[in-house]
Write a protein that binds this ligand. Structure first.
Ligand code: TXE
Length: 498
């Protein structure tokens, strides 16, 4: 039975005047649930709820806020299997990855809960006697969280976990492809006992809900993950209000394979990095840059392994790769494959939509490998699908030049057993993340996550201790206990003169 959801505002599921839309399983076409497209009035109501409880929430001691995050983590753990199936059915990633999505929620909520007992500021000496100075973090206010469909529970968790522990209330706007995952996520937070208004969720369009949150005067920060063009638009809107904004806008992530690499290890990493989640990860391996000496061998092995991948319904545990997430994604990926063929790039394997039988109900694209030149569009643009480009490099320097020749800078990897190249790559690769002898995917929640160049501004990082930066500002406090007026810069000058 299809559940008709409302909007989650002020601790209650509410009706909306907005038109309804449905969410479907991309492997089978089955309708999963229906949601309202929130209106401007709904945006105002949600922000009002978030603003109304903000003072209560920010005054709740951070360790007590952490207790609620821990309770939520406990509930997510208890419901992990059920929620993982929802992720797989709505987004299309295989079940093992659906479980991974929920595990990230658990891991990050547990990690963020601990921040409630740290969140350190500093004490600093004053230049004057009997005076002390300190810094502390304060929450920016109610925030807007705008999330994509590829990690439909993990990304809302990364953003909301950090916002909540910082003392912010939030309005989450999930992608219209995965509202069910967001609704189930919010249901768990509700069950954990967050006060009404701390957690709010609005489904609906980017132009009404997304723009509405960015423009609303009471929304004091935006955390966004999605495409570059949308991200730029959000950044411009946020600049008008001078608010904080965190942007994570994807990548064109390379693996560099040097001639001394362990080839088995390399191939395992490439297959996982390129075709995991059908290539729809911001950190997916989309370029394999191979030293000329091992190029032919790598290509042969790659074709053999790619052709063995089983594609099908991701709920079936035998399947290696599910569908892409939507008809729009399918069209976009097939367009790129067509561009590759037209530009004369060498199609090494795949390159077709899977047809016939149950495939016709979903959006299945063969895992595809192109051999190509570094300047071609497929080597430069984010495809966000199961398409890997292999490029030939003369040596280490050439491989780095190819790696850095794109506008993105999120993740990167090098396979080598030579420490010299491994350490040089850590410095030379223009990316927020570099892996050594591991694929470009596999971020852990206790470390900063984010990129450089057009992946997004470098002043914010999700996850890790840096996650707090997005949602807090620094307050500097001076405490004068001398009992008299002391003048910094003026009195200190006198002290110095004696
Ligand atoms: O992204 P959008 P889409 C890339 C990837 C993919 C492409 C398009 O290349 O093929 O983007 O995906 C909301 N104001 N990534 O269309 O449109 C939108 O509703 C505010 C990379 O899904 O950027 C959704 O909630 N918000 C990526 C979110 O923005 C707006 C992950 C992302 O949607 C808005 C996903 C507006 N005007 C896609 N318009 C990554 N970094 O990993 C839309 N939105």
């Amino acid at each position: 039975m299809v559940t008709d959801y409302g909007l989650f505002i002020g601790g209650k599921w509410r009706k909306s005047e907005g038109k309804r839309f449905e969410t479907r399983n991309p492997a089978t076409g089955e309708i999963l649930a229906s949601f309202p497209a929130a209106t401007k009035e709904d945006v105002s109501a949600a922000v009002k709820a978030a603003r109304g409880v903000f003072d209560t929430w920010r005054r709740t001691p951070a360790p007590r806020r952490g207790d609620l995050l821990l309770e939520a983590a406990r509930l997510f753990r208890a419901k992990k299997e059920e929620l993982a199936r929802v992720v797989t059915m709505e987004m299309g990633k295989i079940l093992a990855e659906g479980r991974g999505d929920v595990q990230e929620v658990i891991d990050f909520y547990e990690y963020a809960a601990g921040e409630g007992r740290r969140m350190f500021g500093e004490t600093v000496p004053s230049e004057l006697p009997n005076k002390m100075c300190l810094t502390m973090r304060l929450p920016v206010g109610p925030v807007g969280l705008i999330t994509p469909w590829n990690f439909p529970m993990a990304i809302p968790a990364w953003k909301s976990g950090a916002a909540l522990i910082a003392g912010c209330t939030f309005v989450l706007k999930p992608s219209s492809l995965t509202p069910l995952c967001a609704a189930r996520f919010v249901e768990v937070l509700d069950e954990a006992g967050f006060p009404p208004g701390v957690v709010n969720m609005l489904t609906g369009s980017g132009s009404i809900v997304g723009d509405g949150l960015v423009a609303h005067p009471d929304v004091r920060a935006i955390s966004f993950t999605g495409g570059v063009d949308t991200g730029r638009h959000v950044y411009e809107g946020a600049a008008k209000k001078m608010i904080k904004v965190g942007l994570e806008l994807g990548g064109k992530n390379p693996i560099l394979a040097l001639d001394d690499a362990n080839l088995d290890l390399l191939m395992d990493g490439v297959m996982f990095g390129a075709f995991g989640t059908a290539g729809q990860r911001c950190t997916a391996t989309s370029r394999l840059i191979v030293h000329q000496k091992i190029y032919d061998q790598v290509v042969d092995e790659l074709i053999e392994r790619t052709e063995k991948l089983m594609i099908g319904n991701p709920l079936d545990e035998k399947i290696d790769m599910g569908p892409v997430a939507s008809p729009e994604q399918e069209e976009k990926v097939l367009d790129y494959i067509a561009i590759g063929k037209k530009e004369g790039d060498k199609l090494l394997t795949g390159g077709e939509k899977r047809k016939g039988g149950t495939y016709d109900k979903g959006f299945f694209i063969e895992p595809t490998v192109f051999g190509l030149d570094r300047k071609k569009r497929l080597a430069q643009e984010e495809i966000f699908g199961p398409v890997l480009s292999v490029l030939k490099a003369k040596d280490y320097e050439d491989a780095v030049a190819i790696a850095n020749s794109v506008k993105y800078g999120l993740s990167s990897s090098i396979y080598t057993n030579d420490l010299r190249w491994a350490f040089r790559a850590m410095h030379d690769l223009e990316a927020g993340i570099t892996y050594v002898n591991a694929p470009t995917i596999g971020a852990e929640v206790q470390l900063p996550f984010g990129g450089t160049k057009e992946t997004g501004p470098t002043d914010t990082r999700e996850a890790g201790p840096t996650a707090l930066e997005e949602f807090t500002y620094w307050k500097t406090v001076y405490v004068d206990y001398s009992g008299r007026l002391q003048k910094a810069q003026i009195d200190t000058e006198r002290l110095a003169q004696g």
